[in-house]
Design a protein around this ligand. Structure first.
Ligand SMILES: Nc1ncnc2c1ncn2[C@@H]1O[C@H](COP(=O)(O)OP(=O)(O)O)[C@@H](O)[C@H]1O
Ligand SMILES: [Mg+2]
Length: 260
């Protein structure tokens, strides 16, 4: 199982939108996919667990609670359904209180789940704590959506610091795919300026993902309907969003395949 974590300690930057599309991308390729929703707000859970008449294939089978990844009692999962969800719950907010237990548990639970799935996609909460650290500890790949509206280097530095902490705990590097500008407006001089400043401040071009997701209503509509954006066929703006998302997902998938 390859585990891809979507993380940034800021909220509203497009993590859940990207995590859902990553999962749907692999579901479409008939991979066995486990989606883990670590955000107690449960936006991804609401999208994946809600039955939609349009296309049941984009819905996930609920196989337990993500909070149970952080407790020692072994998770028992029926291996049959190809697309499964460890759902969010309010108990996730308690995980951060017992850091050591949580980190030991997620490592063991993740190892136990590994033979059952090809891919594990983890969506994370907008706060640093045991859940985010645990996700960074077990992941193979990390991608971090960022917003350029109110770009602050301190947020990016916090993220890089938490990667360093996780790498120390796990005793090895994780594959950081980069910062992915999301809700990007190429015609905004503020966004372009902030992007230039970011590249200059980072000093390492490989920290920036080689593509972006523009601000497009298609993404909002897709998640609202519980479908990948490329499945919205009745509107040409959504078709542009579909191609853009597929390009980003293709770049991620190439990198994942390369390192597998
Ligand atoms: N590229 C985008 N263009 C337009 N709206 C977006 C885009 N990405 C996300 N959104 C919207 O912005 C809000 C926050 O996105 P979300 O994916 O939930 O972010 P996060 O998980 O980081 O909080 C949601 O309402 C979502 O529909
Ligand atoms: Mg979210």
């Amino acid at each position: 199982m390859r585990t891809i974590v979507v993380n940034n300690q800021k909220g509203g930057v497009g993590k859940t939108t990207l995590a859902l599309h990553l999962a749907w991308h692999y579901v479409e390729q008939d991979k066995r996919v486990l989606f883990v929703d670590l955000d107690a707000q449960g936006n991804a859970t609401a999208t994946l667990a809600r039955p939609t008449p349009e296309q049941p294939r984009w819905q996930a089978h609920g196989c337990g609670l993500a909070a149970d990844l952080f407790s020692p009692a072994r998770l028992e999962i029926d291996p049959a359904p190809p697309f499964q969800l460890l759902a969010a719950s309010s108990r996730l907010n308690m995980v951060d209180a017992a850091l050591e237990v949580a980190l030991d548990a997620i490592r063991i639970q993740h190892d136990g789940l590994s033979p059952l799935f090809d891919l594990c996609i983890i969506d994370t909460p907008p706060a640093f704590g045991a859940r985010n650290l645990g996700a960074l500890m077990v992941c193979d790949h990390l991608i971090a959506p960022i917003q350029l509206e109110d770009y602050a280097l301190s947020g990016v530095n916090d993220l890089l610091k938490s990667i360093a902490v996780a790498e120390k705990l796990r005793g090895g590097r994780l594959d950081f795919l980069g910062l992915l500008p999301s809700q990007f407006r190429a015609n905004s001089s503020l966004h372009r300026q902030n992007l230039e400043t970011l590249v200059r401040d980072l000093g390492r071009a490989e920290l920036l993902f080689p593509a972006f997701l523009a601000l497009r209503q298609g993404y909002v509509e897709a998640v609202g309907r519980g479908l990948p954006v490329w499945m919205i066929r009745d509107n040409s703006a959504a078709a542009v969003a579909g191609r853009e998302m597929r390009h980003v997902l293709g770049l991620v998938a190439n990198r994942v395949a390369l390192r597998s």
